[in-house]
Ligand binder design. Structure first.
Ligand code: ASP
Length: 343
């Protein structure tokens, strides 16, 4: 067993030396309208999906999965739980759902394995936990939270992340658990083709959430299998604080999806926050400008964003982005193709 410095140890050491739409009332999620100003936005990935190419059944399946995750996260908020707990709850639900490219249902590497990345960030403290390249941790978002809360570190990779998960008593599974028949058939090993972009065809499904709790705190989280046919050891933007995930009460909470390499180069999530905090931009302007900048670099994708006033912006440069929200009025929306986050 590896010996990891726990948070306490770290602190002692230091002292010594993150088509269409449906708008439904809050009650449609089995929740009464919130008594306080809470909000939640989730995404299930961005990609080149057109309404014409998606069957009604497929679309309804995504909508219902998004609603389920939104409900789980919102329940936490309605019960007075923290933004972090809401983000974790919504993402945990999507990680178990094979429709999404996160944990169970993850896309495969060039070696036909699932390698998972995740991150979570607390907007109040800017504490964060992240991991990359794990193959056996059932719920990467839980590991991210545990890293944030139980270690002195922010990010663990591969074997070290798995050893830490084991030490912390998290659920471990065989890599096969993550691999679904549809991913296997769509991901031929040893393909001579370059890695498929995260934003092409069915190759999307990264999940993320941003939340605002009744104490006015923000949180963000992202979980993914990355991009199809990625090389062994490839790290995307999702687990990189400031690229795919970021939260700070002073600005906003952000979770990104799309071609990770470009989101890393554009420090996308932090760029949204900086435009708000230092540039005086509205959340809408900041989020759109960042997506435009990523596009100028050559990449496509989207972000979900939320601030302490309950403002939300969800721009994307792909044909669609699976997303849903419940706002401070308790109104919910599930959208795939059209731009905008409001009704
Ligand atoms: N951004 C993720 C990555 O590059 C993939 C995605 O969002 O679809 O790993």
């Amino acid at each position: 067993m590896y010996a990891f410095p726990l948070r306490l140890h770290g602190i002692l050491l230091f002292a010594g030396a993150a088509l269409g739409w449906a708008c439904l009332p809050g009650t449609a999620l089995g929740q009464d309208a919130p008594s306080s100003e809470t909000a939640l936005v989730i995404h299930g990935g961005a990609g080149s999906i057109s309404p014409d190419e998606m069957s009604d059944d497929h679309e309804q399946a995504y909508r219902s999965s998004l609603r389920a995750a939104l409900q789980d996260g919102n329940e936490v908020l309605q019960n007075g739980g923290s933004a972090l707990d809401a983000v974790q709850a919504a993402i945990t639900t999507m990680e178990s759902d094979t429709l999404f490219n996160a944990a169970r249902g993850a896309v495969l590497t060039s070696e036909n394995t699932a390698e998972l990345d995740a991150a979570i960030m607390d907007g109040k403290t800017r504490n964060a936990g992240a991991l990359t390249g794990v193959r056996t941790v059932k719920h990467p978002i839980r590991l991210a939270r545990t890293i944030m809360e139980e270690s002195y570190h922010v990010m663990f990779a591969q074997d070290g992340a798995e050893a830490f998960a084991e030490q912390q008593g998290l659920d471990l599974v065989e890599n096969d658990y993550f691999i679904t028949a549809s991913r296997r058939s769509g991901d031929a090993p040893g393909s001579a083709d370059p890695p498929a972009s995260a934003a092409e065809g069915e190759k999307f499904g990264t999940v993320g959430a941003v939340a605002l709790d009744d104490e006015g705190n923000l949180a963000a989280g992202t979980s993914t299998g990355g991009i199809s046919d990625k090389e062994f050891g490839r790290v995307g933007d999702s687990p990189i604080i400031g690229a795919g995930t970021y939260a700070h009460n002073a600005s906003c909470a952000v979770s990104a999806t799309g071609q990770g390499e470009f989101f890393i180069r554009g420090a996308a999530a932090h760029s949204v926050a900086s435009r708000v905090r230092f540039g005086g931009a509205s959340l809408d302007e900041a989020a759109q400008a960042t997506i435009d900048e990523i596009e100028a670099l050559g990449g496509i994708g989207g972000v979900i964003t939320l601030d302490r006033d309950g403002n939300m912006a969800t721009p994307f440069s792909t044909q669609g982005m699976f997303r849903a929200h419940v706002d401070t009025e308790g109104d919910t929306s599930v959208r795939i193709f059209d731009q905008g986050s409001g009704e």
